[in-house]
Design a protein around this ligand. Structure first.
Ligand SMILES: [Fe+2]
Length: 380
């Protein structure tokens, strides 16, 4: 048995725990709050956070230019705001996009160079040597970014969506308050929940899976399967929100030791080039990935299917389970429903090989462009 596990994030989990955002003063004395333009304002969540910071006289500056697929431009702009205002910690308020943007800004504010330097897929790529302390307050339950060191930031000029991972970009503190998640609408609930489900499944199937990541991954899969539809049907079902927040967190912890595999590797070129919602792209690819990977992982699929059915079933049952699961949250779809055409597949396959190289390697056999084309075609 062997594994590599780094968990430096303090996690405060529970209803109403947002009050403990005041503890950010341990990490800095002026915060850059990184959030989106609309949802955290409309939902009142930003106001709530500001009220707590005001009450304990922690100064802050707001950067509200987070976009749904974060890009280098929005990160570099945030770095400018952070450095001009001499902020020495970053508070992310929002979904994975806000947390990933905050991670990029935290790196750029210390390194003082464009974030692209840490993402580029060539020999000029630089290693991250530091970042401002990051405090994450997730308002969706999906990416698991609140508990790991990874961030996805795309370069819109070339439609390329890589990620970085570093020990410096684990949030120091994550406040996971399920009450903050009741404001998510149905489509965000579904797509972020499918993201958590895929991450956990890929971590379990991947060759980097280990005794510890499996515990996180299997529990996460179980929770998403049981509670995502409940949260989707009734956004105010706080128990379902709580369990989905836990599912997302556990998938993030699984990723900190195992990692995502081909569903994520094949999805990033889709959202990178066509601005497709991450979880929606994953939903379109997942059934074909399972078909492709089945012969290498029959025992693992049997285990997942048996856990989800609550009795021993054949491995093949996984196909029905996945179909039912995606259908239950309105995400049973194909790539052509997302306007992907057969002629797009060559370039997507090329991108896949270059983008999430760690995820490509987290599979039973070396993956080449032809394998990628095959899965895309199966999903078309
Ligand atoms: Fe993801």
């Amino acid at each position: 048995m062997s594994f590599d596990l780094l968990l430096p994030t303090r996690i405060i989990f529970g209803r109403g725990k947002i009050e403990q955002i005041s503890e950010c003063r341990t990490y800095g004395n002026k915060a850059l709050i990184v959030t989106g333009k609309y949802s955290s304002k409309k939902s009142g969540l930003l106001e709530k956070v500001l009220e707590i910071l005001d009450n304990c006289t922690i100064p802050y500056v707001i950067y509200d230019e987070v976009i749904s697929n974060p890009d280098c431009i929005s990160v570099d702009k945030g770095v400018k705001v952070s450095t001009e205002n001499r902020c020495n910690m970053v508070i992310a308020l929002g979904g994975g996009s806000a947390i990933d943007t905050a991670k990029g800004i935290a790196v750029g504010s210390v390194e003082l160079s464009p974030i692209w330097d840490f993402l580029r897929p060539d020999s000029r790529k630089r290693s991250i040597r530091g970042a401002l302390p990051i405090i994450a307050v997730p308002t969706t339950s999906g990416t698991g970014s609140e508990v790991n060191g990874a961030a996805v930031i795309q370069n819109n000029e070339i439609g390329f969506k890589p990620s970085f991972k570093s020990i410096y970009t684990f949030p120091r503190l994550s406040i996971i308050d399920p009450e903050f998640m009741t404001t998510m609408d149905r489509s965000v609930t579904a797509s972020t929940g499918v993201d958590a489900f895929c991450q956990a499944l890929e971590c379990f199937i991947g060759v980097k899976a280990n005794e510890v990541s499996n515990i996180y991954a299997l529990e996460s899969i179980k929770l998403s399967y049981k509670y995502l539809k409940k949260a989707y049907d009734d956004g105010n079902n706080i128990e379902a929100r709580e369990k989905m927040a836990l599912a997302a967190m556990l998938s993030g912890l699984a990723m900190a030791s195992s990692g995502t595999s081909l569903v994520h590797a094949l999805e990033h070129p889709l959202s990178g080039r066509y601005n497709i919602t991450h979880g929606v792209g994953l939903a379109a690819l997942l059934p074909s990935f399972i078909e492709f990977s089945f012969k290498y992982n029959e025992e693992k699929y049997k285990k997942i299917a048996s856990i989800l059915r609550g009795k021993e079933v054949e491995a093949l049952e996984i196909h029905t389970i996945i179909e039912e699961f995606l259908k239950s949250v309105g995400l049973k779809l194909r790539l052509r429903d997302l306007k992907i055409k057969e002629e797009d597949i060559n370039i997507l396959a090329k991108d896949t090989i270059m983008t999430l190289t760690g995820s490509i390697k987290n599979f039973n056999k070396p993956i080449n462009e032809d394998d990628c084309k095959m899965i895309y075609k199966m999903a078309l």
